[in-house]
Design a protein around this ligand. Sequence first.
Ligand SMILES: [Zn+2]
Length: 308
Amino acid sequence: MKQRTSLLFSISVLLLLPGTIQAQDKRQPVIDMHLHSQTSIWADQRFCFPQPCEGLPSMVNDPDELRPAALAAMEKYNVVLAVVSGERDEVLSWTDGAEDKFMTGIAIWRPDEISYTELKGLLESGRVQVLGELALQYEAIPIDDPSVDPMLALAHELDIPVHVHVAGLGGSPDFPIHLGNPLRIAKVLGKYPGLRIYIENASWPFLEEVTSLMYQYPSVYVDISTILHLTPRTVALRYLKSLIDNGLGKRVMYGSDQMIWPEVIGENIEMIEAADFLTEEQKRDILYNNAARFLRLSNEQIAVHHRN
Ligand SMILES: [Zn+2]
């Protein structure tokens, strides 16, 4: 997520036909833990770091094409479920009619932009299933700020997953990098043990800090998302490898951070699939298994995802 104004293999399947055997490639299922609903185009290029660099143009020019293009990418790469977040009306317009493909998150920039009562109603009704992406860092509000506490208490009480942007990557010149240290989350977890929280981009570049946090608090997971397509490829893959080397391969989850460039859904999947330091099991964990565990999908849901 970048800006305030707009949030932001195949296995061979044998088809037994009368008298013939036909092989067909089919990708294994993927869960995208970090996708954004957008209904406007607010940049003509993808972000990239470090500057100077030239971002690629989005495959989509028309805002009306964003959702269909994202759904088409999900279909192509067999993304069976995505946690999609956005501002309330926007995200609800994306997920309506496609509830089997999406878990709905609500993006919040400032705790005072939504009343406690309204948030509680949305979460209790199941209309919103994930608290986040919490983009508070963009507004210079640290995750352990007292103003954030009521919503975290609510998520803890209702056992709702929380997605937080606590990282050193923001995109704008006034982004407060110093508030991205994930050790701030330790204070929250001390108060709300077992809170199901996952951190975007694994708090890049705070590797040692996020490792320490995850060693101490088993309920913390991370996504690996934006850095795969924003930073130099070697930087992103080295970070992912470091997480794996630190023994965290069961708690890293794929995300696209699709904002207004649906092609990153597939690009990120292909980068993970092509990472030669990952075993096939580790790839499946990152692309599906870890998210299924974190989201507590039922055996029935998992079987449905693997049926096709
Ligand atoms: Zn995001």
